[in-house]
Design a protein around this ligand. Sequence first.
Ligand SMILES: C[S@@+](CC[C@H](N)C(=O)[O-])C[C@H]1O[C@@H](n2cnc3c(N)ncnc32)[C@H](O)[C@@H]1O
Length: 343
Amino acid sequence: MATTSAPQLSPEQVLMQMGSGHWAAMTLSVAVRLGLLEGLEQGPDSAHKLAAQQGYHADSVERLLRGCATLGVTQEVEAGVFGLTDLGRVLLPSHPRSLRDAMVMMTDPAHWHSWYQLEHTVTTGQPAYQKALGVDNVFEYFAGHPDEAERFNRSMASMTRAFVQQLKDAYDITRFALIADVGGGHGQFLGALLQDAPQSRGLLFDLETVLAGADRELEALGVAGRVGKVSGSFFETVPSGADLYLLKHILHDWTDAQCSQILEKIAAAMKPGATLLIAEMLLAEPPHFSPAAMMDLNMMVMTGGRERTAAQYEKLLQGAGLKISRILSLEGPYQLLEAKASQ
Ligand SMILES: C[S@@+](CC[C@H](N)C(=O)[O-])C[C@H]1O[C@@H](n2cnc3c(N)ncnc32)[C@H](O)[C@@H]1O
């Protein structure tokens, strides 16, 4: 295979790359959506042949795959013939930590149109998604767009797959008899944890429309018989009696006032001695560099929520009668906050 290494970029080139970031996002997303990267799974192939197999426009497919080569996910091994790189393989559905669905989600209409309204939020403080999508919250939008919602839920599940092993290494969940995942989506997280906790049972709590898609995931993980599904809104009630409550990527979706409501419902559901485990990216205390700051913008645009520092979470938890007992830093961008009742 011919190899070409990426040249050192000048400041101008770096800035141009950032400014055209939406080109890269859409290029990858279309290559994935149209199954073109999957078409290269068995080895390098001609762009024109791939196009003919799928009924696509040959010259445009070749140019798209060449764009993908610039991004490092394909390699042009001879003129018009492309193979996948190791990076590209992570976008295949068959990859164990596939980010295929995440790549598609980030260019789906909810994200694409909401980000276009970033300026609206920055100038007015009003959520971008409300202007872009005309809904009170993005989950309401998903309820009315089942195909896009399915891609969002699969994308959440795929990001979870990459995270689960880190949590298992850092935290012993086998000591909890009943584990409730609040806003647990399709159950990928809960299911993967239960696989390593054969004596534990699970409760999957989410909106009714979302839980409808959970059976397939739980069955595939071999834990369906140990998981009870409970539908509802965490602004109204949370199932009581679990030994461990999980909140993964939930609080960052909501404002402080909404988080307080969710935490109060959870605190009320927790029996004495129960534990709450929150998985989020933590913002560093300013002025320290914060890798979570771009995700904070994504939350501002998509949900009206925000990423928070440990101190900000501490304050929210205190308000609900809970306190942080431990903070565990995982490899990568996520941290675990373990909390218990204050007294
Ligand atoms: C960002 S996703 C996180 C999903 C999952 N915890 C994960 O980390 O992959 C937010 C989840 O909250 C759920 N959700 C939104 N509003 C809810 C509500 N009012 N009550 C219960 N779940 C809700 C969504 O359906 C979605 O599954």
